[in-house]
Design a protein. Structure first.
Length: 105
């Protein structure tokens, strides 16, 4: 019984930690790039730093630091760990798929 209680507390704590860094996609007003991270700026002025995964960090950094006109697409209702997102340049062939690996407030 005690083992189940400990596991329940750990799972609940983990859920709370993820809930704190989860935001609605509609709350993102603008975005940018800093120190190998995607920076999401909310309507309230908060900044969330997203570390990408699934895509090459080197290619991700090179693409976002290039200064070319890029678009960001997040096809999910909320931004949280493992949420896919896409960064695309002017050419459709330059579409890069990543996932949210980590979120820092």
């Amino acid at each position: 019984m005690m083992k189940l209680l400990i596991i329940a507390v750990l799972v609940f704590g983990n859920l709370i930690a993820h809930a704190d860094t989860s935001i609605k996609t509609g709350d993102v007003e603008s975005w940018g790039y800093a120190q190998e991270k995607l920076v999401l700026i909310t309507k309230s002025g908060d900044e969330l730093k997203v570390t990408p995964k699934l895509c090459s960090v080197d290619v991700f950094s090179e693409t976002l630091a290039s200064g070319s006109e890029l678009t960001l697409s997040i096809p999910a209702e909320r931004v949280r760990i493992n949420t896919p997102f896409y960064v695309q340049g002017a050419a459709k062939a330059s579409k890069m798929k990543c996932k949210v690996g980590r979120i820092e407030v």
